[in-house]
Design a protein around this ligand. Structure first.
Ligand code: SF4
Length: 146
């Protein structure tokens, strides 16, 4: 595997729900792969249109999760927990991290400080990022090298 990752970074999700919808500072777009949307639809026995809207120009993502009118949070968020946790999309499994190709023909993990779990908990090691990298490969295919 060919990636760089932030060393000496601690992270532990505190289930604050901040990344699961809009905040006063940010409008959140929770994107879904077609396969993810179809699996959720099958699991809850509802059409995709009940919980997501089709989107263009965000490939490989084809849907965006709907949010509640009441508080702008993901429709699957219940008491700050994802009600269909095992089916949570790649984008949610990845947050607060992002993986991008770099000049050295590798891939780099970056993260956002917006997440309340950054700098909490245990220091993350290569195994943590390897798991995330593998997850991305499984869902999206092997990332291209530049
Ligand atoms: S913002 Fe960070 S700490 Fe809060 S729910 Fe999302 S991942 Fe967890």
């Amino acid at each position: 595997m060919d990636f760089d990752y932030p060393t000496e970074l601690r992270f532990k999700c505190i289930e604050c729900g901040k990344c699961c919808g809009d905040t006063t500072e940010k409008t959140r777009h929770i994107l879904l792969l077609r396969k993810e949307a179809e699996k959720i639809a099958e699991a809850i026995q509802q059409p995709v249109s009940m919980f997501a809207v089709a989107i263009a120009d965000k490939a490989p993502y084809t849907f965006e999760l709907r949010k509640t009118v009441k508080d702008g949070k993901c429709v699957f968020l219940v008491d700050n927990r994802y009600s269909i946790y095992v089916l949570r999309p790649l984008i949610c499994r990845f947050y607060p991290f992002e993986l991008k190709p770099n000049e050295a023909k590798r891939h780099t993990f970056s993260y956002t400080d917006d997440c309340s779990g950054v700098n909490r908990g245990e220091q993350l090691d290569e195994a943590f990022f390897r798991k995330l990298f593998q997850l991305a490969c499984d869902k999206l295919g092997e990332p291209e090298k530049r």
